[in-house]
Design a protein around this ligand. Sequence first.
Ligand code: NAP
Ligand code: ZN
Ligand code: ZN
Length: 347
Amino acid sequence: MLNVRAYAAPSATEPLVPLTIERRATGENDVLIAIRYAGICHSDIHLVRGDWGPVSYPQVVGHEIAGEVVEVGPSVTKFAVGDRVGVGCMVNSCRECENCRAGMENYCLKGNTQTYGSLDRDGTITQGGYSTHVVVDQDFVLRLPEAIPYEAAAPLLCAGITTYSPLTHWGAGPGMKVAVVGMGGLGHLAVKIGAAKGAEVTVLSHSLAKQADGLAFGAKHYYATSDPATFAALANTFDLIINTVSSADIDLNAYLGLLRLDGTLVNVGAPAEPMPVGVFTLFGNRRSFAGSGIGSIAETQEMLDFCAEHGVAPEVELIGADRINEAYERVLGSDVRYRFVIDTATL
Ligand code: NAP
Ligand code: ZN
Ligand code: ZN
């Protein structure tokens, strides 16, 4: 066992506070990682505030983890002490089901073991990356390309893969019109990755406040969804729409109407509430409505290598641990430019 410093939510309604937690001893196939930086994902906020169901408090969140290997178990072959590594949203899966055997552990039929808030193999609840160290099975650890600094790597481990995966699966590339709804943590990476893949990217944001940024990230067009004229102007336009909005408080049918023939709207935003979809909107243009959950370990490694090769990096605002609670309020107020990243030296 190793006692390590962390920041934890004591309940759904109180601010996060410093806490010492225990990490398991480094097992046969485990690596012990000294975490350098951890990103703040909107999912962290959904979970600690109980949006997705009951939580076993105190809970440490954080699933955008970048750091250095400081110890390896005796059977570890993939990593050595000193390696630059990352951990994303999952730390294990059943490894036996159809989806795991197909290399898509993110869709494990028994439910993958999430980096935080999941029942771990030793009966404890997993604790996430707002912490100085974590112990993870080598099969769920990613190798960070040299070209990507630690603080830029962290947000790629969730926001990056969650947008890279549907952009890749639905074939974003030259000749394809892609819209990104919501330009926060996930959205700004969707714009950068979509543009790097050669697609013509349009941002659909609340307002035009971030227009100059969106265009600098590689978008060709930028529209405010608060203006009803946007929906008339863009009807039947896009091959692919990635919805990253964290709230269910949007009219999905209005966005579906922006898809051209055989277009797909992929929801990656994760509000707990159901979102009504009218089938007649789907009939028009033979539209599809889909969802996508993070990405596999192999695809996450592919994404990291792609970002290194194409110079794709998130815009990060580095903070000390004492600003985590303030950062949460700013994320909830859509006031993030574009990912808060915690320097774990301040924990
Ligand atoms: P974020 O940084 O807060 O970005 C969300 C963006 O959505 C905001 O910046 C804002 O963009 C827009 N938005 C927020 N509230 C809105 C509202 N009421 N109406 C319209 N637009 C609104 O959050 P994130 O970290 O990118 O995460 C986004 C969502 O994805 C969360 O629900 C998170 O849990 C989920 N998620 C899912 C997966 C997955 O595997 N599917 C993985 C990671 C995260 P504008 O200001 O540009 O309008
Ligand atoms: Zn996340
Ligand atoms: Zn499985």
